[in-house]
Design a protein. Structure first.
Length: 604
């Protein structure tokens, strides 16, 4: 399919104009079938937004965004870009940048096409760039049911329908005014989806382009997809939406005739109507500026709200983390309390053991005290007995003196009597030596008896000695009484003294053995006391260590309690901030509702 127009009159620059969500991407992609080059730096597809691509040059898009920001606008601003704004852009060097960018893009092909819905707002600027380059520019005006546009923007950008209708009105009117007197054609998006060959043929005819059959078949078969038409409304459906301004219904109905070629886009009557619509739209300028200010304020408030919500989210995450830390601390605290309870139980057991051992030690001390008391009593008894022995020894001395006197009287007795006296004297001396030994042993026993627990046996042995002494004394008295039978009595006395001497020897051996046993027992008691002392010291050390550990645990618990208190206070502060943010959010919502009411009032 070829146009009848000569190539020399063909447009070398094609600009696609139209409102956002009006099918500009599909129309621009179709220009490839007409031989147009779209550049090699296209914006990538976005799933769920524009699945098959925007077909929008990234460099031109970035420049448009920068220029709108320079004049204080954005793609959703309602206030038109006026000539003072265009002069501001020229003074900032944007016109030079735009012409250089277009020259670079156009040098790569005979026909270069680009689209960006923002161009409709900046069309006077781009017209100056095209005029400066002296290129033959043509325009494709995209048209779509305003109701479809409003529904699509509500889904994608959450715009109110009233806002979307006013945006549609501004883009369409600016496109009509800015393209007046130049090669242009209006294409309805819904008609393009139904009859792409017809609509692209209209574009080719209006802009003097040639259609490539193979490219068109690829466009029709592989690109166009009715599933991409998420919303399709009939023209009369627009009259059912009360939020749509009457001027939007009027303009859309009139432009449908243009898109279906029932009315020429350059029809003078239509031109008059366009000028009337522009005048009416200009009367909205104060309300549109107010709406933009309110919208800018709401946008900043939304941004602040989003930041606050991000802060709230971060705070909530921090709260969850603090709650997790608190749970961990509580778990650790529970474990520490369990450990503390175990330690307290172990300390209680140690205390019970120590108390039992202390009680046993006290009982042992009491027993030792009792034994000492008994030993003291026995010592007093031994002292009394020793005194009695001394008294008996004194009596014995007196008796021996009397006996010596009697022996003097017996001087005339035979040598046998003298010998017997010598024997008696020797035995008496041996007896005195034994008595002296017994006295020494008694003194040693008195020194040992303070530490010995079994003195009863020694006391009984001392009693046996006393009896033997008393018996010897009785025998001596019997000897004194029977001096007339001196020899017989001396023999009997010698025999009795010999028997007493043997008994004293046995008593001495017994006392020696008892003293050895007492010394062994004392050593055992001393070792046992030392062992008890070591065990008590170990218990005291263990108790001191347990007290130290318990103090450490108590310090750790106090520190954890302090941390929990700090976390609780911080949590309360966070809750207060969240409450303040919630109040601010409610205020923002109320401001949005008030702004919407102002916009509706200004439009109506």
């Amino acid at each position: 399919m070829k146009s009848r127009i000569e190539k020399s009159t063909a447009c070398s620059l094609v600009i696609v104009l139209g409102m956002h969500r009006s099918g500009t991407s599909a129309i621009t992609r179709g220009l490839q079938a007409l031989g147009a080059n779209l550049g090699d730096t296209l914006m990538p597809p976005v799933p769920g937004n524009n699945d098959k691509g925007f077909w929008e040059d990234i460099d031109i898009n970035a420049l448009n965004i920068e220029m709108l920001k320079t004049v204080g606008g954005d793609w959703f601003s309602l206030t038109p870009v006026g000539m003072p704004d265009i002069e501001l852009l020229r003074s900032r060097g944007f016109l030079l940048r735009a012409t250089e960018l277009l020259r670079e893009k156009m040098n790569a092909s005979a026909v270069f096409a680009f689209k960006d819905p923002r161009v409709a707002k900046l069309l006077p600027f781009w017209n100056q760039a095209a005029e400066h380059l002296r290129v033959n520019a043509g325009y494709v005006l995209a048209l779509r049911n305003p109701l479809s546009v409003a529904k699509s923007l509500a889904k994608r950008d959450h715009l109110f329908a009233e806002h979307s209708y006013l945006l549609w009105l501004g883009h369409v009117l600016e496109s009509l005014r800015g393209s007046e007197g130049k090669p242009r054609v209006m294409v309805d998006y819904d008609r393009l989806m139904q009859n792409p060959d017809v609509e692209l043929g209209r574009v080719a005819c209006a802009l003097h382009l040639e259609m490539d059959a193979a490219e068109f078949e690829d466009y029709k078969t592989n690109f166009l997809d009715h599933q991409l038409q998420h919303t399709v409304y009939q023209p009369e459906d627009l009259w059912l939406d009360n939020s749509c301004p009457p001027i939007v219904r009027e303009i859309y109905a009139r432009l449908l005739d243009v898109a279906s070629d029932r009315t020429s886009i350059d029809d003078p009557v239509l031109g008059s109507e366009i000028r009337k619509w522009l005048q009416e739209f200009e009367r909205f300028s104060a309300g549109l500026k107010l709406a933009d200010k309110q919208l800018e304020r709401l946008t900043s408030q939304h941004q602040a709200l989003a930041e606050r919500e991000g802060q709230i989210s971060s705070l909530n995450q921090a709260i969850h983390e603090r709650d997790a830390q608190r749970g961990s601390l509580q778990q650790t605290l529970a474990e520490r309390e369990g450990q503390l309870a175990g330690l307290q139980q172990a300390v209680a057991q140690k205390d019970a053991q120590i108390e039992g051992q202390a009680q046993a030690l006290a009982e042992r001390d009491a027993q030792i005290g009792n034994l000492g008391q008994i030993a003291a009593e026995r010592d007093r008894q031994i002292a009394s007995l020793n005194q009695a022995i001394h008294e008996r020894d004194a009596q014995l001395g007196a008796l021996q003196q009397a006996l010596a006197e009697r022996e003097g009287q017996l001087a005339g007795l035979q040598q046998a009597v003298a010998q017997k006296d010598a024997q008696i004297e020797g035995q008496a001396q041996a007896l005195a030596e034994r008595d002296a030994q017994i006295g020494n042993l008694g003194q040693i026993a008195a020194e040992r008896d303070r530490q010995i627990a079994s003195l009863n046996q020694a006391i009984h042995e001392r009693d046996a000695q006393l009896g033997a002494l008393q018996q010897a004394l009785a025998e001596r008295e019997g000897q004194l009484a029977g001096l007339q039978q001196a020899v017989a009595q001396k023999d009997a006395q010698i025999e009795g003294q010999a028997q007493a001497l043997a008994e004293r020897d046995r008593d001495l051996a017994t006392l020696t053995h008892s003293l050895s046993a007492y010394e062994v027992r004392i050593d055992q008691l001393e070792k046992a006391a030392e062992e008890q002392t070591r065990r008590i010291q170990k218990m005291r050390n263990a108790l001191a260590q347990a007290d130290t550990e318990r103090q450490s645990i108590e310090d750790a618990l106090r520190e954890k309690d302090t941390q929990i208190v700090a976390l609780t206070e911080e949590l309360e502060k966070i809750k207060e901030e969240i409450h303040l943010m919630e109040n601010e959010r409610q205020f923002i919502y109320k401001s949005i509702e008030s702004s919407n009411a102002i916009i509706l009032a200004s439009v109506n």
